[in-house]
Design a protein. Structure first.
Length: 196
């Protein structure tokens, strides 16, 4: 079943723009920019939407929910219902504290892993969507509160690393759209950064 909706998770507002929790937004923004797509705010979906004619007969909607993170599922549910998109045709791009910064992991099943946006989506739509998890870890210092860490800004070193991997993150999404989650998992789920 081809992917028809790619939703990047984040929090709206300038104060959150460069925080770790907005990694999903950063990647879908980079993808939209690379493909020269334009965003439109659509209030009925509580999201910014960009249409991408990915291939003949294969339209992909990019979305950035404008709800706050813990209600991300509301916007995605509205979009999916309107366009009649099943969970298996949805990819959610979001930050993951358990993965080192610069790495990514693609998976199809699992728990919310403490991520409030994913917890809300699971509560509203159930499982089955593709998870495109962007590493923002490790959390240092370890005693730092998780909320403070994810709502904090990347360090200078992490900023450079994340920016250097943006082309790989967007290429991975193209691979996922073209070949499906199994191929994406085989090629993208690495334990170390690929050598350049």
């Amino acid at each position: 079943m081809p992917i028809s909706l790619v939703a990047g998770l984040g929090n709206p507002g300038r104060a959150y723009a460069a925080t770790r929790h907005n990694a999903g937004w950063m990647v879908v923004d980079a993808l939209a920019a690379a493909e020269k797509l334009s965003w439109q705010t659509q209030d009925r979906f509580e999201a910014e939407i960009a249409r991408w004619d990915f291939a003949p007969g294969h339209t992909v909607w990019l979305a950035k929910p404008l709800t706050f993170m813990n209600e991300s599922g509301r916007a995605i549910q509205k979009l999916a219902a309107f366009h009649k998109i099943a969970p298996a045709s949805i990819t959610v791009v979001y930050d993951d504290l358990t993965i080192d910064c610069g790495l990514l992991k693609v998976s199809v099943k699992g728990s919310a892993g403490g991520h409030n946006g994913i917890a809300d989506l699971l509560a509203r739509m159930g499982d089955g969507f593709v998870r495109y998890r962007l590493g923002i870890g490790p959390k240092l210092p370890r005693e730092m509160d998780i909320k403070d860490y994810v709502l904090g800004r990347f360090t200078d070193e992490q900023t450079k690393l994340f920016a250097s991997q943006l082309p790989r993150f967007t290429a991975g999404l193209r691979l996922l759209l073209a070949q499906g989650p199994d191929q994406a998992m085989n090629q993208l789920n690495r334990r170390t950064l690929p050598s350049t």
